[in-house]
Ligand binder design. Structure first.
Ligand code: EPZ
Length: 414
């Protein structure tokens, strides 16, 4: 059990480099097995989810060694195509190994993935798309069997721009005979990052970052060097911490994002530099109405909890609508225990600004909800203790050190 000790009341200041992206590194780690290769991934974040992905690689027979934030993978010795439930259940991204194993071995045996409890998280779009590519997939006894089959390029229409389904399609299509056209693809920067890795590995991919991606073929390379992009949600989290506490911080490696648009509306000054951001926030924010999560380039669902935490004391009533996950307000009851005034009606949270929050004991519900609690506790009077079954460390690298570097009083007891 991780225990976060937080003392609120201080403004944040200083400069910090943003960690590498969890949601870019995980699919790229899976992609390292699509063909026998050695690869070096720079700026790989040290996270529990990355550890889980490396456990899967080693189980499959690959070599994987982290040295600082540099990850070396040798997928040439891969010898298995089965991932046991205990390794699948550790995170959501384990499902991306399905497309990668289909590309490499033509078969795979795994079980449904784990990940944050944000409401039902089916993989029907993954399975539908891989079947259209020719995969012979049976679901039986809680396991997913992708039997030996030849993949053939085709046109796939995604009814929703699922990030994970897009990633699985890109990976499997590398081994498909002929061209694959994906219509309705997710457009997140992490999709572009995966496509860039696959191009460096010999795939002919175009259109990534738009809703139509073409995968035309694959001439595997033996060695790939890649740098993981900065984590835009970790950057947004630190910006929201500054907004919640007041202060003036600089984030190296961060880019402007839709989250900052709303922070600016609430009264923060955002100064964009070359691969850096400066965020200056007054003590008191203005409420912001009409925040609504959407697929990229819309407002990211992953920033919804942390932006909510930043607005708990904003003057007036803010509204945040969650459109991506059915149950992504599990952090709200915990924030109310700090004194927040939040009502939920259907998909919308109504946040009435309060003058003060008061430290107390909290329980982290999931990765971004846990980060939201830490941010809210930093803006509360007095001390808070947050019990956490390791959720926050799944996605934030040394989050306690990062916040202390910016002047926050946060101590992690593990
Ligand atoms: C990725 O999850 C991210 N995780 C999530 O970040 C992020 O919230 C999400 O994309 C949306 O941006 C990783 O990249 C590891 P989806 P993913 O498939 O791929 C439904 C974080 O905090 N859906 O785009 O699981 C699904 O239930 C995590 O870092 C289906 O119905 O997201 C959800 O409601 C949380 N059928 C919506 O689509 C499917 O087959 C979005 O899911 C797949 C998804």
């Amino acid at each position: 059990m991780d225990i976060w000790h937080v003392r609120g009341g201080r403004k944040l200041s200083g400069s910090i480099r943003v960690q590498g992206s969890k949601n870019a590194s995980l699919p790229i780690i899976a992609a390292s097995i699509v063909s026998p290769m050695e690869c070096v991934l720079l700026n790989t974040p040290k996270l529990r989810d990355v550890d889980a992905a490396l456990k899967i690689l080693r189980h499959l027979g690959c070599k994987a060694e982290m040295s600082g934030n540099q990850l070396y993978i040798d997928s040439r010795p891969l010898s298995l195509s089965h991932i046991p439930p205990d390794l699948m259940e550790e995170m959501r991204s384990s499902v991306i190994f399905m497309g990668a194993l289909l590309a490499r071995c033509g078969e795979a045996r795994l079980s449904p993935p784990g990940g944050c409890q944000l409401g039902e998280r089916p993989i029907d779009l993954h399975l539908k798309s891989l079947r259209e590519l020719g995969a012979d997939i049976e679901e039986e006894g809680g396991e997913i069997y992708c039997k030996k089959s030849e993949l053939k390029g085709c046109t796939i229409n995604l009814p929703f721009p699922s990030v994970g389904a897009t990633e699985n399609i890109l990976l499997a299509a590398c081994a498909a005979k002929g061209k694959t056209k994906l219509i309705g693809a997710a457009r997140e920067p992490e999709i572009v990052a995966l496509a860039e890795f696959l191009r460096a590995a010999g795939a002919e991919i175009s259109g990534d970052g738009t809703e139509i991606i073409d995968i035309e073929g694959f001439k595997p390379k033996k060695y790939v060097l890649n740098r993981i992009i900065p984590d835009r949600i970790a950057a947004a989290t630190l910006c929201c911490a500054c907004a919640a506490c007041g202060g003036d911080i600089q984030l190296k490696g961060a880019e402007f994002s839709s989250v900052l648009y709303f922070l600016n509306q609430s009264g923060c000054d955002i100064i964009s530099g070359t691969h850096s951001l400066r965020v200056a926030c007054p003590g008191k924010l203005r409420a912001v109405k009409g925040i609504s999560t959407a697929p990229y380039p819309g407002f990211p669902t992953d920033a919804q909890p942390v932006l909510m935490a930043a607005l708990l004391k904003a003057a007036g009533e803010s509204t945040i609508e969650e459109n991506i996950f059915r149950n992504r307000f599990r952090h709200v009851p915990e924030l109310r225990r700090l004194g927040a005034d939040i009502d939920i009606e259907g998909k919308t949270a109504f946040i009435k600004g309060v003058n003060e929050l008061h430290g107390t004991a909290l329980n982290a519900t999931d990765l971004r909800g846990g980060a939201a609690m830490i941010i809210a506790a930093l803006s509360a009077e007095g001390e808070s203790v947050i019990m956490d079954e390791g959720h926050v460390r799944r996605g934030y690298e040394r989050f306690d050190e990062a916040l202390r570097t910016l002047g926050g009083e946060v101590y992690l007891e593990t």
